[in-house]
Design a protein around this ligand. Structure first.
Ligand code: BMA
Length: 851
């Protein structure tokens, strides 16, 4: 039987040329080892980045002494297996060079049966990545985004390690994934492709599932004598046998020994659904490879979910739709873009990733986009997404640059594609694979392109090579050539009416938040707004009070988009009073970010059907920095993350208001008419119809109700309004739709001192709510809400004397996680649940305090 022996002990490392060796942890990285052993300073502290970057001009060597395992003696084959090496290495066993590696995205293997001795020394020599890209760029000046060190496109290493507009220049290196010895006799399983047949699945109108799912297995076996693969049908062509054991989510086991049917039938399948649409049952599949006498040679075990998943690009009245379709149900994708979790890959592990994805689910995500400038995530990332129902949009790792498709580069990347497709294709959560980030659009504009072959190579890579690899290795996974794209061929990649879009005019072009409402994108895979991280997170990189000014040298070293502070400040002056201290600037920046993205998502969900995805740039940070993230590097939730929880909720009421922001005429120009009106909308992203009552109240700044009403269903609204009026002015909102109410006029309101609160109730229970003002917050005469809080039974009750907008509850360490935060409230009380964090020394503020 195959055995895998992990080489995860007795590692030492040193800088090449240094005699001193230090202890190393494998898997791990150069920076994490140097840091742990006190050989370098925290690279995130102040501007230590510069010193840390210099360290990467040197070479490093990792050494491991190990005894020959007993299994090696009893095996015909011993393979030295690396799940991931970052990046440029020469590998020696007992002084003999086994080979070199040059792609962090690949799995590397070396046959060492002949080389093994009783006592062994494995040396992995890391060549400097910074020297390499510098030399390579001098030889071939192939360009990419200026945010990164030029030459990054020449190395198959996470591009953002060389800098990005949210990332430092910290190109760490190392053995970042496990190293093992694989000992086996005769043959082993390279991979198994499981294809699903859902022809006989039935889902009735109440969502009850019945019928059968067929599973077809194709095995790729590495036989020492010859390599071949086979499917269930042609299994008889090779003399080895397989057993298949399937354990259903309820624990019941079905086993097939030797006699494997052409198609394995799963009776009464429990289907896998994205978060919010159903459950995520997983079936455990175990494949055992046996020799002629029935002895087990190898076992392959994975969890799969039973579902169909594709993307519909059907032509329609507006262009071409773009939406995930899971088990025949069109899914409105809600989530964010994911970047590597840490500059120091040695710090990322299943616990760290789970904590992050817990927060994604907390904010009602059903999808995530893995952005193409990082690295293909670890298995555990996809395992957790399978478990949580997060559909993964997985980019191939190409971003913001052009590439020279030399024969060597082609061999290198095709091996990379094969390794990764075989590794991740079985995951229920794998929604689609996408060629690259922003290359089709920018290559089309001629950005980074310095010779015609670069455009040709683009087409060969993303519209020929990769789709062919997909057909062979992941035939059931949808492929999309780029993000954004309208389907390829440089055909208006960022077209509003086809494919996915990156929309950045709110932010990069300083457009007001309401600008989102002018567009009906089919699927937004990027749109975002920056904010500063929590003050406590700032304190993780400086202890000097003088740095606590967003324009200080240190704060600007932790802000990688040159124009961004100006943009935040520009939106701030449009929106809020001048904030008088650092902490208030942070709070105001986070409120801006939350409101900007809320404006967008609420509008896109109101237009469900035409728009089918709102994926926010960006979920996380890889170091403490000002950025577009909704969770900062230290895991603190920004106001945006709580706003996401509300606006990604399966059932959401929103208000499309007309007011000062939408009037389009500057304050002191005439004529200027500020309309004051509101239309409400209930979005229902569940698979069941609902009946909701939408109520509103016009209130003065103290919170007192001046008049109130029930919003009525608008039967005359043109274009997609599938709801209907129910009894008692309730509105029937069918499953997977959004429904508008009639316009309510507030022309009589004093916009400087009166606001509207609104709620959606189902069976008497408020499920979603909000408030809206018709002027900019800076002009609104907020009364002091005198916020106070009491803590009781794992809950916090906040009391306000007047209308309070964006109520923030912080503890001393700013690490509270609550069921809601940064919410609007009328005068009175609101109670939230404490999910984690110490509740002593609470601090409260609201927009009233931005002054
Ligand atoms: C995009 C992304 C990233 C970038 C972000 C913010 O276009 O694809 O490359 O970090 O915007 O500018």
């Amino acid at each position: 039987m195959k055995s895998t022996i992990f080489l995860d002990k007795n590692w030492k490392m040193h800088k090449a040329g240094d005699t001193k060796m230090i202890n190393a942890v494998v898997p791990g990285t150069v920076y994490t080892d140097l840091l742990r052993e006190g050989e370098m300073e925290d690279p995130f502290w102040k501007d230590n980045e510069d010193k840390a970057l210099k360290l990467m001009d040197d070479d490093y060597e990792y050494v491991c002494n190990f005894k020959k395992p007993a299994e090696a003696d009893s095996s015909d084959n011993v393979i030295l297996h690396f799940d991931g090496l970052d990046t440029l290495t020469d590998i020696y066993l007992n002084g003999k060079k086994l080979g070199s590696t040059y792609n962090m995205h690949r799995i590397w293997e070396f046959d060492i049966k002949e080389e093994l001795e009783d006592e062994n020394e494995l040396r992995v020599y890391f060549n400097s990545p910074t020297r390499y890209i510098k030399d390579a760029y001098e030889k071939a000046p192939t360009k990419g985004s200026e945010d990164a060190m030029q030459g990054f496109v020449h190395l198959r290493k996470a591009h953002c390690m060389f800098g990005w507009d949210w990332g430092a220049h910290l190109p760490d290196a190392g053995i970042y994934r496990p190293v093992s010895l694989i000992c086996f006799n005769k043959a082993r399983i390279d991979s198994v492709l499981i294809r699903q047949n859902h022809e006989n699945v039935k889902i009735d109108k109440d969502g009850k599932e019945s019928g059968t799912v067929g599973l077809d297995f194709e095995f790729e076996i590495i036989d020492v004598a010859e390599e071949y693969s086979c499917s269930c049908e042609d299994k008889d062509d090779f003399e080895l046998n397989v057993d298949i054991k399937i354990t259903a989510p309820d624990g019941s086991v079905t086993e097939y020994k030797d006699e494997i049917p052409d198609e394995i039938t799963i009776e009464n399948p429990q289907l896998w659904w994205p978060n919010g649409y159903g459950k995520q049952p997983l079936y455990n599949v175990q494949v055992t490879l046996k020799d002629e006498s029935g002895n087990a040679l190898d076992v392959w075990e994975r969890k799969i979910g039973l579902r169909t998943c594709t993307v519909s690009t059907k032509k329609d009245e507006w262009g071409n739709e773009f939406c995930f379709v899971v088990n025949g149900v069109k899914v409105f994708a809600m989530g964010a873009d994911y970047i590597p979790e840490d500059h120091l890959l040695g710090r990322v592990n299943p616990e760290v990733t789970r904590k992050l994805l817990d927060k994604a689910v907390f904010a009602n995500y059903n999808s995530i986009r893995v952005w193409g400038g990082g690295y293909y995530p670890d298995d555990w990332f996809f395992d957790i997404c399978d478990e949580y129902g997060i559909l993964v949009w997985e980019d191939f790792m190409f971003a913001c640059g052009v590439y020279d498709l030399t024969p060597d580069f082609e061999d290198n990347i095709t091996a990379e594609f094969e390794d990764n497709l075989k590794r991740i294709r079985h995951h229920a959560s794998l929604g689609l694979m996408c060629g690259n980030n922003e290359m089709e659009m920018f290559v089309n504009y001629g950005l980074w392109v310095s010779k015609p072959s670069e455009k040709r190579d683009y087409t060969i890579m993303f519209e020929y090579l990769i789709p062919n690899m997909m057909k062979e290795f992941a035939p059931d996974v949808y492929y999309w050539p780029a993000s954004p794209s309208s389907g390829g061929c440089f055909d208006e990649p960022n077209d509003e009416n086809r494919g996915d879009v990156h929309y950045w005019a709110v932010w990069h072009e300083n457009q007001p938040f309401s600008e989102y409402r002018k567009y009906y994108f089919r699927f937004l895979s990027e749109f975002g707004f920056q904010s500063f991280p929590a003050e406590k997170t700032v304190e993780s990189f400086t202890d000097d009070p003088a740095d606590k000014n967003v324009f200080s040298y240190i704060m600007e070293r932790h802000q990688r988009n040159g124009a961004a502070n100006g943009k935040i400040l520009n939106y701030m002056q449009q929106t809020y009073l001048y904030p008088n201290d650092f902490s208030t600037v942070i709070y105001a920046s986070q409120m801006l970010q939350a409101d900007a993205i809320r404006y967008g998502v609420e509008h896109f969900r109101r237009n469900r059907g035409r728009c089918m995805g709102a994926v926010v740039w960006q979920l996380n940070d890889c170091w403490p920095v000002a950025s577009w993230s909704s969770i900062d590097y230290q895991g603190r939730l920004k106001a945006l993350h709580y706003a996401e929880k509300r606006f990604f909720a399966p059932i959401m009421v929103s208000c499309q208001e007309e007011g000062e922001m939408t009037c389009g005429v500057p304050l002191n120009w005439l004529p200027r008419e500020v309309k004051q009106e509101a239309i409400f909308n209930v979005a229902n992203e569940t698979r069941s119809d609902i009946t909701a009552k939408v109520t509103w109240a016009l209130r003065d700044a103290s919170g007192k109700v001046l008049r109130e009403g029930i919003a009525e269903f608008d039967s005359e609204r043109e274009g997609g309004n599938p709801g209907s009026a129910g009894a008692d002015k309730n509105i029937l909102v069918p499953a997977l739709s959004s429904t508008w109410t009639k316009k309510v006029d507030f022309a009589d309101a004093d916009r400087f001192s009166q606001y509207v609160s609104y709620e959606a109730e189902i069976d008497g229970k408020v499920v979603s709510s909000g408030t809206v003002i018709f002027t900019m917050p800076k002009y609104f005469k907020f009364q002091n809400p005198n916020l106070s809080a009491t803590v009781h039974d794992g809950k916090i009750t906040v009391k306000a004397d007047a209308y309070a907008r964006g109520v923030e509850i912080l503890n001393e360490n700013e690490d509270l996680i609550l069921s809601d935060n940064y919410f609007d409230m009328n005068a009175g009380e609101v109670t939230v649940d404490v999910i984690s964090g110490d509740t002593s020394k609470l601090r409260l503020r609201s927009v009233y305090d931005i002054r």
